[in-house]
Design a protein around this ligand. Structure first.
Ligand code: SD4
Length: 290
C-alpha cells in the first residue's frame, strides 16, 4: 500500500534522511524536508564529498555543485561555488528568487551573500592534509565508493503526495579546476516529474551526463517500468558503452508516485537510506558487476 510519506537518499546518510523523514512525518512539504535533510551532510565535516570538509580540486579549492527540483517542475542549480556550505539551499534561492535556473562560481557566491549566506572556509585541516598528501603522487584515480558516504541525493514524497528532489556534492576529489559534474545538471544528476516520480544519481558524473541518466529513469517509469527496473536499465546504458565501467561506480535511486522505490549500481558497495512510517532502513543495493 502507498506510504503516507517517504524519503530516500544515496549512501549511508542516515541522519540526513531521518531529518527529512521526521519533517515529512510532521506534514512538512517535500521541498522543505529535503533541503533541511541534506543540510545535515553539508555541515558534516567528516563527509569528504559534500559541503564543509569536502575534498578540494587538485589546486586546493573546494568547489560545490547542487541542484533542486520542486513538485511543480521548477529547477535551480549552482555550479562550482566556493565558500558557501549550504549550496542546496542556495540552489533553491536561485529557483525561487531569480529569473534564472543556473548560476555558476563567483556570481553564485555573490548572490549567496546577497541572500544572507555566510562566507565559510570549506577546506578543513583534515581535508587540507589529505590534499597535501595526494599532491605527493598526484595520482588521479577517482575512488569507486568513498567510505560509503558520498554525494547526497535525496528524493521525498510528502503527505500530500508531492515529490521533490535535491543533489549536493563537491564532485570528484582532486578534479581539474573548473570541472562540473552531473549533480547540478537537470536530467543528469537529478530529475523530478511530479506526475511520474523522481531519480537521482551518484558516482562518475561524466558517465551520468553522457546518458542523461536521471531523466532516462523517470521516462522509463513513465512508460511503465518499476523504479527498480528503470534504475537497472539506466545502469545498463552506461555499461553497454564499453569495459571502462570496471573502473568507476555509478548508482541511481528512484521513486514513483505510489511511493515504490528502486536502486541499482554498477559495483557492490552502494547503499540507499529509506525512511517511511517512522522507520529508517539502510538498503544494500543490487549491482551489475557480479
Ligand atoms: C560528480 N556524481 O560530480 C558526482 C560525484 C559523486 O559519488 O556522486 N560521487 O560526478
Amino acid at each position: 500500500s502507498k506510504p503516507n510519506y517517504i524519503s530516500i537518499s544515496t549512501w549511508n546518510t542516515e541522519s540526513a534522511n531521518t531529518a527529512s523523514g521526521e519533517l515529512l512525518a510532521q506534514g512538512k512539504p517535500a521541498l522543505d524536508a529535503i533541503i533541511e535533510g541534506v543540510a545535515v551532510e553539508e555541515a558534516n565535516e567528516k563527509n569528504t564529498t559534500v559541503g564543509i570538509g569536502a575534498t578540494p580540486d587538485r589546486e586546493g579549492n573546494v568547489t560545490l555543485d547542487a541542484c533542486v527540483m520542486s513538485p511543480d517542475g521548477d529547477y535551480g542549480a549552482v555550479l562550482a561555488v566556493e565558500n558557501i556550505v549550504h549550496v542546496a539551499a542556495l540552489a533553491r534561492k536561485v529557483m525561487e528568487e531569480t529569473p534564472h535556473v543556473i548560476m555558476a562560481s563567483k556570481g553564485a557566491e555573490e548572490f549567496a551573500y546577497s541572500q544572507g549566506f555566510k562566507k565559510e572556509k570549506l577546506l578543513t585541516p583534515a581535508s587540507e592534509k589529505a590534499w597535501k598528501e595526494w599532491l605527493k603522487t598526484s595520482d588521479y584515480q577517482p575512488a569507486i565508493n568513498v567510505e560509503n558516504h558520498d554525494t547526497i541525493g535525496m528524493l521525498a514524497m510528502d503527505a500530500s503526495g508531492e515529490i521533490a528532489g535535491v543533489c549536493t556534492t563537491s564532485g570528484l576529489g582532486y578534479k581539474m579546476k573548473g570541472r562540473v559534474g552531473d549533480s547540478p545538471i537537470i536530467g543528469s544528476g537529478l530529475f523530478v516529474d511530479n506526475e511520474v516520480g523522481a531519480a537521482v544519481a551518484t558516482g562518475m558524473g561524466e558517465e551520468v551526463l553522457k546518458t542523461v541518466g536521471s531523466f532516462l529513469v523517470v521516462e522509463l517509469m513513465r512508460n511503465g517500468m518499476s523504479p527498480q527496473k528503470a534504475c537497472e536499465e539506466a545502469i545498463h546504458r552506461i555499461v553497454k558503452r564499453g569495459d571502462r565501467y570496471k573502473d568507476f561506480q555509478v548508482a541511481y535511486i528512484a521513486m514513483n508516485k505510489n511511493g515504490e522505490t528502486g536502486n541499482y549500481a554498477i559495483h557492490p558497495g552502494f547503499t540507499m537510506m529509506k525512511y517511511q512510517d517512522g522507520k529508517s532502513e539502510n538498503i544494500i543495493s543490487d549491482y551489475y558487476n557480479k
